[in-house]
Design a protein around this ligand. Structure first.
Ligand code: LLP
Length: 392
């Protein structure tokens, strides 16, 4: 057993063996159907994590110029890098053009600017059109992206104009269509509906006739936040089978995916130390040295993360587990049942491999939590050793 008590908290603890295994399963299941996976690096841009994924030969899906730069620096193949986002700046578009990165274009207005910048720099932009398919993802409304309410993608009403614009411009190379309907999608039903919609769109708009040769179905496959240890690897087999079984496109179309959470979500945890257990009025608080600055998801989406006390085997008690940040929403769990918990105990917050470290806040000028890695029972990383109770 690795001794975590020596590591300064809070820290992100990554299980690299689980990551390896998860990526291998995803690759194998995608490979059965000839599907191509890009890693949505927004989920976790840690160089060690992203480096392992790069070594498996996956591409990278980016939503900022800096994510594109990070992906290039890490050695992701340029032709495996795709760049989406509703608000790409001129500089970011120029960067993508200079590196010949595929742009997933999200509006007619953006298409006009890409055309202009490509024309001025004498380059041809490779573009895919991100279409808003108006499909419900059945997930939290903050992480739904494919309905008319959302800012993402080109609406079906504008798709024809966008295709015509691509055909008429010598600076735009139309490659195909991109979709992404949301994140943390547990039921496969929304994906089935998406596939059916894509079949209709491909045919109705004669996408192949416009030169469409690739289809990117985005990401969004959910993970089990309630029982992460029993279900540490998502059911990639069932996921990819939905697409293989439902998509009905002309032969030779490349099918791409952009997976983030499902690849990295379960390989990370936050290790945090209890600073105080505080008796409130009618409830007890466990106050940890990690806060919403290290994991925003519960504050932002009321997301559930399983919490374990690895120091205590006392009788179960009910606590609100909260962080030290000056926000009432800095709460990890309300009415969590934990073994009797005291100052100095180590807690683990599970399923923090995705959208935890990559969404850290600088609020309250909090120190950055360091990553620590476990592989084959050995710990590595440069987290300082603890200074807790340094005064004793
Ligand atoms: N492709 C695009 C265009 C995306 O916007 C996203 C995620 C993905 C792929 C990857 O989705 P995934 O496979 O990871 O679900 N911060 C939120 C999630 C935001 C997701 C944003 N886009 C959370 O913590 O739940």
């Amino acid at each position: 057993m690795v001794d975590l008590s020596v590591i300064k908290t809070p820290c992100y603890l990554y299980d690299l063996d689980l990551l390896e295994k998860t990526v291998s399963v995803a690759e194998r299941e995608a490979g059965r159907h000839g599907f191509i996976i890009h890693y949505a690096i927004k989920a976790n841009h840690d160089p060690v994590i992203a480096g392992i994924i790069r070594d498996h030969g996956l591409g990278s899906d980016c939503v900022s110029g800096n994510e594109v730069r990070r992906s290039i620096e890490l050695g992701f193949h340029r032709n495996g890098i795709v760049f989406a986002g509703v608000g790409k700046s001129d500089e970011e578009i120029q960067l993508a053009l200079g590196e010949d990165i595929l742009l997933n274009c999200e509006s007619l207005e953006e298409l006009g600017i890409i055309d202009e910048i490509a024309g001025k720099s004498g380059r041809v932009a490779r573009v895919a059109l991100r279409v808003n398919p108006s499909v419900e993802a059945d997930t939290h409304h903050y992480i739904t992206t494919g309905t008319d309410e959302n800012k993402f993608g080109i609406s079906l009403a504008h798709l024809q104009s966008a295709l015509d614009k691509c055909r008429d411009s010598e600076f735009l190379d139309f490659t195909g269509l991109h979709f992404h309907i949301g994140s943390q999608i547990i039921s496969l039903e929304p994906y089935r509906r998406l596939c059916e919609r894509v079949n209709q769109i491909w045919q109705a708009f004669n996408i192949s006739g416009y030169g469409g040769r690739l289809l990117n179905m985005g990401g969004g496959l959910g993970i089990d936040y309630y029982d992460p240890e029993a279900n540490s690897i998502p059911d990639f087999e069932a996921f990819f089978e939905v697409f293989a079984g439902t998509l009905d496109l002309p032969a030779g179309i490349e099918i791409h995916f952009e997976l983030g959470r499902s690849l990295v979500g379960q390989c990370g945890r936050i290790v945090t130390r209890v600073l105080y257990t505080k008796q409130g009025v009618g409830k007890k608080f466990v106050i940890t040295d990690a806060g919403m600055t290290e994991l925003m998801r519960p504050s932002l989406y009321q997301a559930v993360h399983k919490i374990k006390n690895i120091s205590s085997s006392g009788n179960p008690e009910t606590y609100d587990v909260v962080g030290p940040v000056c926000e009432s929403s800095d709460v990890f769990a309300k009415d969590a049942i934990l073994p009797e918990t005291g100052r100095g105990d180590l807690l683990q917050i599970l399923s923090c491999g995705a959208y935890a470290a990559s969404m850290t806040l600088n609020f309250n000028l909090r120190e950055r939590a360091h990553p620590v890695y476990i592989s084959e029972g050995k710990i590595s990383g440069n987290a300082p050793v603890k200074d807790f109770r340094a005064h004793e």
